[in-house]
Design a protein around this ligand. Structure first.
Ligand code: SF4
Length: 349
C-alpha cells in the first residue's frame, strides 16, 4: 500500500473547507498555526477570523498593544503564545522589513516557533519538504506502524520525525502534511475511530493487533499541584473595584484579576481569615463580605488545579487605583475571571 498516496487521495475527498487552507500567505498560516496549537479547530476558528479581521497584515499586529492582543486571545489559554505573536510581528516588521522568513531554518529562529510550526509554514506557504509532526500525526503513525515508543521522549520525538520525513510526498509536501494532520483529526480520531471505512485499514498494525486504544504511548510526567484561590471582588459606594495587572512571570502574565488571596486549603464563610484578607487589601475598610460561590470552581490547567472562590466585599472607598466595576470586561483576563464577570453581569451585581 502506498501510504502517502492513500492519505492524499483521502484528503482530496474529505478535507474540511477552512479559511487558512484557501491561502498561502505565510502570515495567515502562521496565525492559524499558533492559534490552533493545543486548540480544536472548532474552538480556534472564530479566534482566527477575529484576528485576521482586526489585524489584516503583520504590520497591524505589530502596531497593536499587548493588552489589545491579549484581549483578542482571551479564552484560548497559553497566553505566552499571544505575547510571542506580538514579539514576532514586531521583529518581522522592524528587522526583516515585513518579509516573512521563507524556509524552515529561518522560521525556526522566530520566537514561539518550534519544529512543528516551522515545518507547517515552510511546507504550506513555501512548499518546502519539511515533515510536520503534531498530536494527530503521532497518532496516525503510532497506530498504522504499531510504534510503542512514547511520543513525549527524546527518542520518540526523533523516531516519529524521521519516519514522517521518509514518508512525506516530496512532490507535494504541503498536501501531504495537511492530509496526515486532517486524517488524524477526523478519521483516526483519539477515541473510537471508525476503522471500517478507513482507507489504511489493510496495512494498519494497531487494527490488526487490537491496540488502537493504547496507541500512541505517552509517559506521564507532569505532577499536578492543587492551589486554593480566593479572588476578592471589592465594591465601594461608587461601584468601583480593584482590578490588578499580573506582572509576575507566568501563564497569566499581564492579564487582569481581582486581588488574590491564596489559602492553604479551601475556606468557607465561617473560617475566612480576615487578617489575611486585610493584608491582601491594606488600603480599605471592609464593611461587609459574602461568599459568591459556596462550592469551589475548579479550573484545570496542565500542571495546576485551581480551586477557586469569589468573595464579594463591600468597602468604604478604594481610592485612585480603582476602576468602575462596569468597565472590567474591557480588560484581558484569564477565562476563570471572565466567566465570573459574565455571570455577574447577568445577575446585575
Ligand atoms: S485502521 Fe483505524 S487505527 Fe488504523 S489508521 Fe485507520 S482509523 Fe487509524
Amino acid at each position: 500500500m502506498d501510504f502517502s498516496k492513500e492519505l492524499i487521495d483521502w484528503y482530496s475527498v474529505n478535507k474540511r473547507d477552512l479559511p487558512w487552507r484557501r491561502t498561502q500567505n505565510p502570515y495567515y498560516i502562521w496565525l492559524s498555526e499558533i492559534i490552533l496549537q493545543q486548540t480544536q479547530v472548532k474552538q480556534g476558528l472564530p479566534y482566527y477570523e477575529r484576528f485576521v479581521n482586526a489585524f489584516p497584515t503583520i504590520f497591524d499586529l505589530a502596531e497593536a498593544s499587548e493588552e489589545t492582543i491579549l484581549k483578542y486571545w482571551q479564552g484560548l489559554g497559553y497566553y505566552s503564545r499571544a505575547r510571542n505573536l506580538r514579539a514576532t510581528a514586531k521583529h518581522i516588521t522592524r528587522e526583516l522589513e515585513g518579509e516573512f522568513p521563507d524556509n524552515y531554518k529561518a522560521l525556526l529562529e522566530l520566537k514561539g516557533v518550534g519544529d512543528y510550526t516551522a515545518s507547517a509554514i515552510a511546507s504550506i506557504a513555501f512548499n518546502e519538504v519539511a515533515a510536520v509532526v503534531d498530536g494527530n500525526v503521532y497518532r496516525v503513525l503510532a497506530r498504522y506502524f504499531g510504534i510503542k515508543t512514547p511520543i513525549n521522549t527524546t527518542n520518540g520525538i526523533k523516531e516519529f520525525k524521521t519516519l514522517a520525513t521518509v514518508l512525506i510526498d516530496k512532490t507535494q509536501p504541503a498536501k501531504f502534511n495537511q492530509a496526515i494532520m486532517e486524517f488524524g483529526a477526523i478519521q483516526c480520531k483519539p477515541k473510537n475511530p471508525d476503522c471500517s471505512v478507513c482507507p489504511l485499514r489493510s496495512g494498519c498494525i494497531a487494527l490488526a493487533q487490537n491496540s488502537i486504544e493504547t496507541l500512541p504511548v505517552k509517559v506521564k510526567k507532569t505532577k499536578v499541584t492543587t492551589k486554593y484561590f480566593n479572588f476578592l471582588v471589592c465594591i465601594d459606594k461608587n461601584k468601583n473595584t480593584l482590578f490588578e495587572k499580573r506582572s509576575k512571570k507566568g501563564i497569566w502574565q499581564n492579564l487582569y484579576q481581582f486581588p488574590l488571596y491564596e489559602s492553604p486549603k479551601s475556606i468557607n464563610i465561617k473560617d475566612f481569615d480576615t487578617v489575611a484578607l486585610n493584608s491582601t487589601l491594606p488600603q480599605c475598610k471592609i464593611l461587609d463580605f459574602s461568599l459568591y460561590n459556596e462550592i469551589d470552581i475548579v479550573h484545570k490547567l496542565s500542571h495546576q488545579h485551581l480551586y477557586t472562590k469569589f468573595w464579594i466585599l463591600e468597602v468604604d472607598s478604594l481610592g485612585n487605583s480603582s476602576i468602575p466595576f462596569k468597565d472590567i470586561h474591557n480588560y484581558p483576563t484569564p477565562v476563570l475571571i471572565s466567566n465570573f464577570i459574565d455571570a455577574v453581569k447577568i445577575q446585575n451585581l
